[in-house]
Design a protein around this ligand. Sequence first.
Ligand code: FAD
Length: 321
Amino acid sequence: MMPNTEETRARLAGIPHLTISAGVPLSRYTRFGIGGPADLLVESPRAEAFVAALAVARESGIPYVVIGGGTNLIVSDAGFRGIVLRYRGDRLLAANHRVHADAGAVLQDLVDFAVDRGLQGLETLAGIPGSVGAAVYGNAGAYGHSISERVVKVRFYDGREVRVFDNQECRFEYRESVFKRHKDWIIFAAELLLEPADADALRRTAAGIVQVRNEKFPVTMKCAGSIFKNLLLKDLPPAAAAAVPPAAVREGKVPAAWFLEQAGAKGMERGDIHVASYHANLVYNGGSGTAADLCALIAELKAKVGRRFGIELEEEVQYVG
Ligand SMILES: Cc1cc2nc3c(=O)[nH]c(=O)nc-3n(C[C@H](O)[C@H](O)[C@H](O)COP(=O)(O)OP(=O)(O)OC[C@H]3O[C@@H](n4cnc5c(N)ncnc54)[C@H](O)[C@@H]3O)c2cc1C
């Protein structure tokens, strides 16, 4: 524990509507099922309480991190020496074609909410696990679309005050946003602009996507989806770009899985951490895996692809601790 953790805990305890726990294993909060304890875990469904907790965390000088559903996280075996914060506000509101979503809402609930109201634009995100806040943070997407296409405004706390950014200011790119470059900024809500469409047709699209996804990522699989980001063909060194068959390129991107497969990643393992036999960019915990083995396997995969193609794969997963 950090030296002033007890004092900080006492200050946090004075804020209403916070749930504070000490020494909780973060493995319970990650889909990998991996991660040691957090000194303090602080949760709240109330934005004001959360801002107050963030202010205390900042003043204490103790490191802090915000998590969502833990579906894209690798938490170290030692856990996190500091404060882990989880915002649980999950309101979803619609006015005409605009939808307000609190950051703690489950992304799938937002997709269902929009689809049920005959609002088009989020249905291709069906089946992506995790929260709305993290989806904005990492510009989550699938099937050629990402949440940024629909985001109008994002409300966040920059450590001093609550601010609102429009879409441009969020500087969205493929699996990127300004929030990834300011890890102490905390997203509270997003406003999205959608289009009217037939609800049944949207429902069919979403259901079809979920079915395909569930075959690729069984719901009980302890994983983070893709470990590495795909690569933009235009950014590849010429030799690596020349090695890629045109059929492997989708929307100007080369799947990281293609490079990993060529480098022999499928079926690799370390301890109880495995690369799926059917998908080279899918790494999962067989049940007793550790973060140490997971990180070592990721490093080995990067090295293999680096040696073979002269490129550096970049993790889509985020590290804590
Ligand atoms: C089976 C499976 C399939 C997946 N498929 C896809 C896919 O198709 N496309 C895709 O894009 N992703 C995919 N992912 C990855 C994951 O679903 C997304 O990254 C998701 O947005 C993570 O949400 P989370 O709430 O679990 O975030 P977490 O894993 O808890 O956190 C991820 C990051 O977001 C930050 N964060 C969380 N909440 C906030 C907040 N309120 N403010 C600021 N920062 C915050 C955290 O600090 C952390 O750095 C998949 C994951 C799994 C397990």
